[in-house]
Design a protein around this ligand. Structure first.
Ligand SMILES: N[C@@H](CCC(=O)N[C@@H](CS)C(=O)NCC(=O)O)C(=O)O
Length: 210
């Protein structure tokens, strides 16, 4: 099992954190996404969408999309609920993460951290930050009466939303108005086996299953 990744990526971090919680290791390849490493013919043959994270199984099968990868890895573990409605609620929050959160929390961070100060993309920041605040408002309301997103226990829905929420300030977000979100971030960071964003997976991979 091999992970194509970029260490500063929150989407990659979702996979690295899930691997750490599961005690799984895998080969790890850093791709220089800032200089087109995911747009080469070789990479596009593995993921036509040209993005990390990308998990390559031992038989060569490739799986893209961070939330699909962490579902695949964590299925059968306590990180994915067994009960039908709870499983659908995990998906609910993972789709929310991709559609209503990531473009407005991760993208401002990318623009601020990785593009030149004079980049025309800076003009996107006010609108993206406003939409990001809307996402944090939804999360705040949900977490006002809950410890975790689904079923009162830590699941991959929390991993998915944590990845970019905990570094939202790097893109210009201020989480001061969201105390329940901040308390949840602390709860996630306090989970056994938690790892910071920039820790690489280590060790030899177990035999891959499909
Ligand atoms: N929806 C995808 C987004 C993946 C994504 O945006 N990856 C970025 C890094 S975080 C990337 O590979 N960018 C390189 C490029 O677009 O060329 C996921 O959740 O995995």
């Amino acid at each position: 099992m091999k992970l194509y990744d970029y260490l500063d990526s929150g989407n990659g971090y979702k996979v690295r954190l899930t691997l750490a919680h599961l005690g799984l290791a895998c080969e790890w390849t850093e791709c220089d996404i800032l200089h087109g490493a995911t747009r080469t013919p070789e990479f596009l043959a593995r993921n036509p969408n040209g993005r990390i994270p990308l998990l390559e199984l031992d038989d060569g099968t490739c799986l893209a999309e961070s939330n699909a990868i962490i579902w695949y890895l964590a299925e059968g573990s306590p990180l994915v609920p067994y009960e039908r409605l709870a499983r659908a609620q995990v998906l609910q929050w993972m789709f929310f993460e991709q559609y209503s959160h990531e473009p407005y929390v991760a993208t401002p961070r990318y623009i601020v951290k990785h593009l030149p100060v004079g980049s025309p993309r800076r003009a996107e920041l006010p609108d993206r930050l406003e939409r990001g605040r809307a996402a944090f408002t939804v999360m705040e309301r949900h977490l006002t009466t809950r410890r975790f997103f689904v079923g009162e226990r830590y699941t991959i829905a929390d991993i998915s939303l944590y990845a970019y929420s905990h570094v939202a300030h790097e893109g210009g977000h201020d989480l001061a108005p969201f105390p329940h979100v901040r308390a949840w971030l602390d709860r996630v960071a306090g989970q056994p086996g938690h790892r910071p964003l920039t820790s690489r997976p280590v060790g030899k991979a177990p035999p891959a299953t499909r």
